[in-house]
Design a protein around this ligand. Structure first.
Ligand code: PPS
Length: 565
């Protein structure tokens, strides 16, 4: 047996022994944010940390951006645990740390447990303790447990990823890659945005100035898996790096749970980049700002603060700050130039992210000066025009208002078009299948509607048409569905405003008569409320319209909005 296989065997035996040992310890299933932190602790991206901060280090980081031994470290990285676990632990105890499926990742030997003053932490880290002003503060108050645990880690396994394994580089792997390539100076670029031509020009300019190769390190943190965007982002990065000269750029995903703490965040990322082997770090003037690039919101941190802080600590961190310089396309020159070199007589062209979204939605041209055809192809695949997106038509109204009839006519029309699969989720059908155990109580009706919403969202996400026709008497259930489904494609709410008297007069199923006779308790419109939608896309009163006319109204709306051609 050679040295390498012997060390593997030793590692395997040690892990097996630790796994056995861990069976006797209290266990915690980590949330996605905690799994990100743990991975970066275990692979040494958070060097010099070899575990979670203890209370002294935590205080010192808040007050001085340094560990107690004076090393620069700007971000508190502690393990937050629920009270029922925290209150039962004491220093010296061990805690098994699992992923969300209960798979053992590490064993923590506890050095301290305390209840942090979150307001103080927020003020120190984010610069405000007001949750209304900063999403990072809100997250700290609402999603971080109120007991902190510090201690050292014995790693058993890195968190498991099935996606893009070949570009999930650890610091050891990126170091190795850089040295194999003979890269002595490496410029780290941290991003979570889609990158286009302007970014390439900006990165190349910075790399020339630093005399460095480039390490593009996009965040693959909290949003995936299951998030379509994550896959699109990474595929776009894979296309983007092909636009650079050979052997100039390397791509590696960073499983970082961003805190959005502005300057502190930038300094933290600089240290992380150094740990991955970078000598330089590209920093934007609004780096780490929670509202950076949001058109209608002012940034939280003052412009340039992040760059200043990273530069201030350059000597100690060992990584140099390179300021990002915005590049813009000048039409008369047919090339990109730095923003500060643009003269008044030059014609500058830009496409905002909102405009890009609009062009994608409508299948409009995205010019080559703005982005690369291969990147645009990936984007078009993920954000197809409305005529290729799935959508849900959610028809709500009283019993007898014409919901099912309208849904059936529409279904036939869509089947005739033959361009998307169609699923009918009529109230009665759902009650027989998906919700057969539910009653007509308020709670069960809500559950019934949100179940329909979930199924419709899956159909919509996969490019189909979901036709839903339940009574759906409550605004809160309808709103929940709107929120969920709009993220997956189109959502069109159709309010059947046929008056109660007309519905009751029709009484096709004889239910109103029974309800009036007291034989059906809690009947919608008679002895149970129906709240009309506050903002439906379409309102239809079938007392004045044939089913074909009602369907035509919906089809005209869909055509106008670009869902059908
Ligand atoms: S809800 O409120 O959205 O969950 O209702 P839904 O799933 O659409 O089911 C409505 C159909 O169930 C029959 N039914 C009742 N409706 C209202 N209130 C009570 N108490 C009730 N009991 C049974 C009725 O046939 C409804 O069908 P439609 O097609 O709307 O007439």
């Amino acid at each position: 047996m050679n040295d390498y296989s012997e060390s593997l065997l030793v590692h395997f035996r040690r892990s097996e022994a630790l796994k056995q040992e861990a069976l006797g310890y209290p266990a915690l299933d980590l949330n996605p944010r905690q799994i990100c932190d743990l991975e970066l602790l275990l692979n040494r991206a958070f060097y010099p940390l070899d575990g979670y901060l203890d209370q002294d280090d935590y205080q010192s980081v808040l007050e001085r951006m340094r560990l107690s031994d004076n090393t620069v470290w700007p971000m508190p990285v502690c393990l937050d645990v629920p009270e029922k676990i925290g209150a039962a632990l004491k220093p010296g105890d061990k805690l098994a740390l699992n992923d969300q499926e209960g798979f053992l990742l590490a064993i923590l030997t506890i050095s301290g447990i305390w209840q942090p003053d979150k307001q103080k932490e927020a003020a120190a880290v984010f610069g405000t303790d007001d949750a209304a002003l900063h999403p990072g503060v809100k997250d700290l108050y609402e999603n971080v447990n109120s007991w902190y645990v510090g201690g050292t880690l014995a790693g058993i396994s890195f968190p498991i990823h099935y996606d893009f394994k070949e570009i999930r580089l650890s610091p050891a792997e990126s170091h190795r890659r850089f040295s194999l390539n003979g890269w002595r100076h490496v410029l780290g670029f941290h991003t979570d945005a889609y990158l286009h031509c302007a970014h390439k020009e900006m990165i190349m300019k910075a790399a020339r100035e630093a005399g460095a190769n480039i390490f593009l390190q996009p965040v693959a943190g909290l949003k995936h898996p299951g998030n379509l965007d994550h896959y699109t982002h990474v595929r776009c990065y894979q296309e983007f790096i092909k636009k650079f000269p050979k052997n100039m750029i390397s791509l590696g995903l960073l499983p970082l749970a961003n805190r959005w703490a502005g300057p502190r965040e930038a300094l933290w990322q600089a240290i992380i980049k150094r740990n991955f082997g970078c000598s330089h770090f590209l920093v934007a003037d609004d780096h780490g700002d929670p509202f950076a690039s949001q058109l209608h919101r002012k940034n939280f941190y003052a412009a340039g603060e992040a760059q200043k802080l990273v530069r201030q600590y350059e000597e100690e961190t060992g990584i140099k700050m390179v300021a990002e310089e915005k590049m813009v396309y000048v039409e008369d020159k047919a090339q990109y130039v730095p923003l500060h070199e643009v003269r008044e007589d030059m014609k500058v062209k830009t496409i905002s992210s909102g405009e890009l979204q609009r062009r994608l939605e409508n299948g409009l041209d995205i010019p080559d000066w703005f982005s690369y055809p291969e990147v645009v192809t990936e984007l078009r695949r993920a954000f197809p025009p409305r005529s290729k997106q799935g959508f849900t038509i959610f028809i709500t109204g009283l019993s007898g208002s014409g919901k099912s009839t309208l849904a059936k006519v529409l279904m036939v029309k869509f089947l005739e078009m033959r361009d998307r699969p169609v699923t009918l989720l009529d109230g009665d059908i759902v009650r027989k299948n998906l919700s057969s155990e539910l009653t007509f109580s308020r709670e069960h009706r809500h559950l019934n509607i949100t179940r329909i919403g979930f199924v419709a969202s899956e159909i919509t996400k996969n490019g189909g048409i979901a036709l839903c026709a339940p009574i759906a008497p409550y605004e809160e259930s309808r709103q929940a569905n709107r929120e969920l489904i709009s993220k997956c494609g189109g959502y069109i709410e159709v309010y059947m405003a046929t008056p109660l008297e007309v519905c009751e007069q029709r009484d096709r199923k004889g239910l109103y008569a029974k309800a009036r006779a007291g034989k059906i308790p809690g009947f919608t419109g008679v002895s149970d409320p129906y709240t009309p939608p506050s903002n439906p896309e379409i309102t239809i009163d079938t007392s004045e319209m044939t089913p074909a006319e009602a369907a035509q109204e919906v089809l005209l709306y869909l055509e106008e909005q670009g869902y059908i051609r």
